[in-house]
Structure formats: C-alpha cells, structure tokens
Design a protein around this ligand. Structure first.
Ligand SMILES: [Zn+2]
Ligand SMILES: [Zn+2]
Length: 135
C-alpha cells in the first residue's frame, strides 16, 4: 500500500496517508481560491480513515453552492489550509495538494469549476475540464 505525508508550513500539523488517492482535481472555484489564497487548488481526495493527523487543526465551516456543509481544517499557527470535508462526500477528505511532501505524487487528472477560473491562469490542456464539479 502506498503512503504519503505532508505538513503545514510551520510544521505544527502533519499527516500520513495510507491509501492511493481516489481522485485528484485542480479546482478553480471561488471557495478554493479564497480559502487557499492561490489561483486554484490542487485537491487530492483520499478515504478519511486512511489519514492520520498529528496536531490539532482549527476548523472553518461554510456552505457550498451545492448546499453541502463544508468543513475546512487549517493550521491555527501558520494558517495553511490542510483538509476539506463535505457533507456530500461522507468518508472522503480532500487534502490540499500544496501541503504534500512528495511533489511527484500530485497528478491531477481533471480541472473543475473552470467557469470561475481567473482568466490569466494557464490550463493544462491534457486534462479533462468541467465547468462545474462532476459527480
Ligand atoms: Zn502551521
Ligand atoms: Zn473548489
């Protein structure tokens, strides 16, 4: 079984995942842009029970356009966004790709919410694109 690790910038929160990613997505939605501070977010979905977290992330909750309740977990010290859970995907957690240590394992296959992408953000045209989030 594969394993990968990651941490926030200051190191107060770290994690180990004991599973292959279920899906990897570059998300250009406004929620991801505004919470991450980046032009888009590389999101790596894994089973929640495969993630072991060291440290105690803070939580922020909001409603997605879909009506799902979203819970974002972030480092209360350095502010790095680490994880996101949605009521529409129970048992699955999105790991914020920028926190992963092994850069080679970040291999997104789709771009989602390109309807709200920043016009100047370049797109990898080898990826499948979706206007919104496919189910
Ligand atoms: Zn931190
Ligand atoms: Zn998003």
């Amino acid at each position: 079984m594969s394993e990968f690790t990651g941490s926030c910038h200051c190191g107060e929160i770290s994690y180990t995942v004991n599973a292959e990613p279920l899906r990897q997505v570059n998300c250009h939605c406004e929620n991801c842009r505004k919470t991450s501070g980046g032009p888009y977010l590389a999101s790596v979905f894994v089973p929640e029970d495969s993630v072991q977290i060291k440290g105690a992330p803070k939580e922020y909750q909001h409603l997605a356009d879909s009506g799902n309740q979203m819970t974002k977990k972030f480092c209360g010290n350095c502010g790095a966004q680490m994880f996101s859970l949605g009521s529409g995907r129970p048992g699955i957690v999105s790991i914020r790709g920028g926190t992963i240590d092994d850069l080679e394992m970040i291999q997104p296959t789709i771009n989602v919410f390109i309807s709200s992408k920043i016009p100047s953000t370049p797109l990898d045209n080898s990826l499948v694109t979706f206007e919104k989030m496919p189910s």
